[in-house]
Ligand binder design. Structure first.
Ligand code: HEC
Length: 150
């Protein structure tokens, strides 16, 4: 048991070292890539709903992509990656000055993303459409407060 926890500790240390090796600009680029993939998944699902004949498999895959980021977003914003410095980002300083607000926005997203996945997995496209609408509001809610306009 003791040996195991030491191993876990060493692993965690390894991860921390790797994270430090990324420059702030690289951290920003990675999170922007993740957001872009989410945006693409949401657009694909949205277009499918709009077509009037939603593609359940496509929507299920889109929901899985988005739900894969549940519980992750906050970790993409280490200190020192706000706009205003040399790095190119739309991350407002409020992410760090209103930490509680950002945590809540991320938590709301996580709940809604999981809800979308559950609904999409069920195959009930009406429920999935509603769940996606609720999820979309959490994207918008966070962007309005914490993302600078491009
Ligand atoms: C908790 C806050 C938060 C939530 C929730 C959130 N976003 Fe964002 N998003 C941001 C921030 C902050 C940025 C700016 C990142 C940067 O430029 O470093 C961003 C950037 C983006 C971008 C632009 C990426 C680029 O090309 O630079 C897209 C697209 C995007 N988000 C889509 C979404 C979608 C779709 C959802 C919901 C499914 C979502 N976001 C949920 C905070 C959030």
């Amino acid at each position: 048991m003791r040996k195991f926890s030491m191993m876990v500790g060493a692993l965690a240390l390894g991860v921390a070292v790797v994270a430090q090796a990324a420059t702030p600009q690289q951290v920003v680029e990675t999170r922007q890539k993740n957001f872009k993939a989410m945006g693409k998944a949401m657009k694909g699902a949205g277009d499918s709903f709009k077509s009037g004949t939603p593609d359940a498999a496509l929507i299920k895959a889109s929901a899985a992509t988005v739900a894969g980021n549940a519980g992750q977003i906050e970790k993409w914003f280490p200190a020192g990656t706000a706009l205003g410095g040399a790095i190119k980002t739309s991350a407002k300083p409020e992410i760090w000055t209103d930490k509680a607000g950002f945590t809540k926005a991320a938590a709301d997203f996580s709940v809604a993303a999981k809800g979308f996945k559950v609904a999409a997995d069920s195959g009930n496209m009406e429920a999935a459409g509603k769940a996606m609408g609720a999820l979309g509001s959490t994207c918008k809610g966070c962007h309005e407060k914490f993302k600078a306009k491009d």
